[in-house]
Design a protein around this ligand. Sequence first.
Ligand SMILES: NC(=O)c1ccc[n+]([C@@H]2O[C@H](COP(=O)([O-])OP(=O)(O)OC[C@H]3O[C@@H](n4cnc5c(N)ncnc54)[C@H](OP(=O)(O)O)[C@@H]3O)[C@@H](O)[C@H]2O)c1
Length: 183
Amino acid sequence: MNAASRTKVSVFIATSLDGFIARPDGGIDWLMNAGEDAEDCGYKEFFDSVDALVMGRNSFEKVLEFDHWPYQEKPVVVLSKSLTEMPDNLRGLVKIDSSSPEELIEKLSLDGSKRIYLDGGNVIQSFLRAGLVDDITLTKIPVLIGQGRPLFGELQYDIKLQHLSTQSWDNGFVQSSYEVVGS
Ligand SMILES: NC(=O)c1ccc[n+]([C@@H]2O[C@H](COP(=O)([O-])OP(=O)(O)OC[C@H]3O[C@@H](n4cnc5c(N)ncnc54)[C@H](OP(=O)(O)O)[C@@H]3O)[C@@H](O)[C@H]2O)c1
């Protein structure tokens, strides 16, 4: 499948200034606290532009702890080889899939998905390694948390990015958007 006809894969994510998406135990209190009086930072516009979400099991399990399901009626695919149960209220909205990144994108492309929102550190890393991430919007939160789950990980080769824009807000959030070169 050529790049022009396949589903576009977009990452829209926040990290601490030291590069973590979550604490070692998955905690995102530092992000939620920072976000209380925060700007939307383009999230709604981005969310409205995607046909579906694809996320890792760890991210899904964290979202289940929220007091409401944040993705409205948007289809969600949870990548997992271990998950079998789905809460009743999410049946029909959320599918569990154990495909590889390549197989999943092939299926989504054939189903007509134009753009997906990819979420979860491990999952993003595996899609990057597969050359299947098209763009990244990264919002840096002005806090150091010292340790945690990194957004980026090991690669077998360098991945070049084209910087598109950088924006900052009075609360100190700094957001940069990049296109992945050659995806
Ligand atoms: N800062 C932010 O903006 C932000 C955004 C999203 C998430 N988060 C936080 O980040 C944490 C989750 O990220 P994470 O890196 O721990 O995990 P993740 O990427 O959400 O989930 C990883 C899990 O997904 C499954 N999986 C299936 N296919 C995979 C593949 N191709 N590549 C990798 N994993 C695959 C595996 O579970 P199985 O063993 O079930 O197969 C794996 O353990 C949560 O705490 C969440 O709240 C933060």
